[in-house]
Design a protein. Sequence first.
Length: 217
Amino acid sequence: MATLLHLDSSLFPESASASRSVTAAFRKAWEEQHPDGTVIYRDLDADPVPHLDALTASAGFADPASRTPEQTAAFAPRLKLIEQLESADAVLIGAPMLNFTVPSTLKTWLDQVILMGRTAMAEESPIKGTPAYVVASRGGSYAPGTPREGYEYVQNYLQAILGDMLGMEVDFIVPELTMAHSNPAMTELIPLAEASKAKAHEDAATKGKAAALKAAA
């Protein structure tokens, strides 16, 4: 059976979160197409992973046979996160822009699963080539040609980490202008925001179905 690893990191519940509503649409399409599949879900806001500390980091560089009991205990939760990632046939990540970049909870998860020689910079890494679908929502627009293009540190960062470092196949879904309904200065952008929202949900449903078919083949 195929496995989807689904991570959300928005501060807000689905009713108020653009990224959560789109990841939910993707997951629904996945489950409808592949009802016998497995979904591993983690809400990184409600259930954050611990920050990487020196003991856990040092355990990652040590030979398992030479780890101290303290290193072994510290590394066990990190190993579980890595194994969940390695077991996934596809990864779905809700990554809303927060102060121009990803939420700290998502950054912390990445710090835990990036392990040199195993998940990162490894020729035989089991996650190499795994598709990663990222819902990169944002309140404004940071698309090429916009005034804030240079402040885009979500897609650029995650492409570098997931794609270049971990070797995954990254596909972005970008609902933008999500603040148009609540920011009076953006009122004229509401039609564009609605169009972006509709396209994001359509893309999520299409890509969720396609990902499930590919994983189950």
